[in-house]
Design a binder for this molecule. Sequence first.
Ligand code: SF4
Length: 301
Amino acid sequence: MEKAGSEIARVAVKDIAAARAIKIIKKKIKTPIVADIHFDYRLALEAIKSGADKIRINPGNIWKANELKQIISSAKKRNISIRIGLNTGSLKKRACEPSGLGMVNAALKYIKFFEKENFRDIIISLKSSNVEETVSAYKKLAGLCDYPFHLGVTAAGPYDTGIIKSSIGIGTLLLSGIGDTLRVSLTGDPIDEVIAAKRILRVLQLRNFGPDIISCPTCGRCQVDLPKIVDGLQEKLSTKRAIGIAVMGCEVNGPGEAKDADIGIAFGKKSGLLFKKGKVVKKVKAKNAVKELLTCAGHKL
Ligand code: SF4
């Protein structure tokens, strides 16, 4: 299985040519490759032969015993893991079940088959486009087996709503201690999926990907243009720096949040107190706040 926290590349293997292309892709990238296989077990065999680091098969469309046995035998020989990737959309007996029981039962049947074949290098995913069904299914199965889980809310939709569904679904599970790998599924640029996944992990403090800005919503007490300061900071801040920065509008919550972050600023009237690791560094003018925060964060200006 891939190292926790690392990125993996998923390739859709829709035909034999795509399966063979894995060999070429692997020569050009260092990222491990997961081959996503549906319908035809021979694509799985070819993908494994071409050097796939893991394959995903779908119990909804690859389920014949003799085919599964060949896939398992090939994966054993190459010492790679198999993701049992259930999606409600491809389950035979499809019914929207908030309980997630349909997916759990299908997964258990599949797991039993793999165990009978003495193959335990498996990872499970139970994805639905319905957040409640997804969360319930993972929680139920987590109580019934110890295999690692790949998390995701499938077909979550366009960016603005998809990111909310994914954050609620994946976040709820991660907060419950469930999940080993994850994918955010959005209709759009896959780069946005990776950024969203990293942000979920960052927000839950499970990984230190990039900066985390803690800023208040502002209210009648705020006497500076806080949104402008936060926009300026976000624009100039390196996305690679793992740092917590608090930017707060007044003295109500400001000093507390600013003290807790790596660096922070709590504004008063036109100026604010700059904190670093809980200690006041100096008083800064609002118009210099972005520059001062970036300098304090160690940015070259
Ligand atoms: S920190 Fe101050 S300015 Fe910001 S929302 Fe809270 S009370 Fe309002």
